[in-house]
Design a protein. Structure first.
Length: 286
């Protein structure tokens, strides 16, 4: 059995990849069945995730547990996502985009490991970036056609890697750098578990929300759960408390008197499943 970290990660995430690959939304998206609203919402979620990921990467760029795979010019996505959000929402996009509870939990996890367990950061970077370079390119073409976005690329900057001239060769370089990280077997196993956790963060959220909506539609009556959407200003406060910050968010949800329309919740389900599916398609092509 290979001890190369890249091979270990691919093998460890095979099962969760298959779970994501079989989600209904993944099949629908491949048929071009995605709305502009859904695409805008998932772009917003990706912005929060990559902002957190890249903040922690910058924090650890000189740390030997991450430094060999530090490729900001080639891989970082925050600026591209800001460009896309400005295109979709306008210049006041920061005040317009919401952040669902599930995204907030992923953001909290990224900030926690970046500060407390930086050796696990490579698991999230590998899962996201190599997925973007692989399956993300397929999604770009589908989205451009389905949403009739401009051929000049507006709204699709996230999928455009100007710093990578040859994706196949770059992924080979990235894997070789990963394999050169100085990690004992015990640490590699922790990285493998973290990669699976990154995958499951999205899949589990999708399944939970899907179940919630299913129950809410019993007898033809829609049950409107408490709103879980957090504005941009809240996400920056929550990550200071690590993965246990759920208590604060619980108080926020308890004090909320608003209700999210059932149709909006359905859109969030599809958008979040798209987030999981983006990783799934990418890992398949790694």
């Amino acid at each position: 059995m290979s001890t190369d970290l890249s091979e270990l990660l691919k093998e460890a995430t095979k099962e969760v990849h298959e779970q994501a690959e079989n989600t209904p939304f993944m099949r629908n998206f491949q048929k071009g069945q995605v709305s502009l609203q859904e695409f805008k919402l998932v772009t917003a979620s990706l912005y929060f995730i990559y902002s957190a990921l890249e903040e922690e990467i910058e924090r650890n760029k000189n740390n030997p547990v991450y430094a060999p795979v530090y490729f900001p010019a080639e891989l970082h996505r925050t600026a591209a996502l800001e460009e896309d959000l400005k295109y979709f929402y306008g210049r006041n996009w920061r005040e317009e985009i919401p952040c669902p509870e599930a995204t907030r939990k992923y953001v909290e996890r990224l900030h926690y490991i970046g500060k407390k367990e930086p050796e696990l950061l490579v698991a999230h970077a590998y899962t996201r970036y190599l997925g973007d370079l692989s399956g993300g390119q397929v999604l770009k073409k589908i989205a451009q056609k389905a949403l009739q976005l401009p051929s000049t690329g507006e709204g699709l900057a996230f999928f455009t890697f100007d710093g990578v001239s040859n994706a196949t060769k770059f992924k080979q370089l990235y894997r070789s750098r990963m394999n050169a990280l100085e990690m004992d077997l015990a640490t590699k196993k922790r990285v493998m578990e973290e990669a699976k956790k990154a995958f499951l963060l999205n899949i589990q959220v999708f399944e939970a929300l899907q179940e919630l909506v299913s129950k809410g539609q019993e007898n033809g009556h829609a049950v409107q759960p408490k709103a879980e959407l957090l504005r941009t200003r809240n996400i920056n406060r929550s990550h200071e408390h690590g993965p246990a910050a759920g208590k604060e968010s619980e108080r926020t949800k308890t004090s909320s008197t608003g209700r999210a329309p059932a149709t909006s919740l359905v859109r969030w389900i599809v958008a979040l499943s798209f987030l999981a599916m983006t990783v799934a398609v990418g890992l398949f092509a790694m």
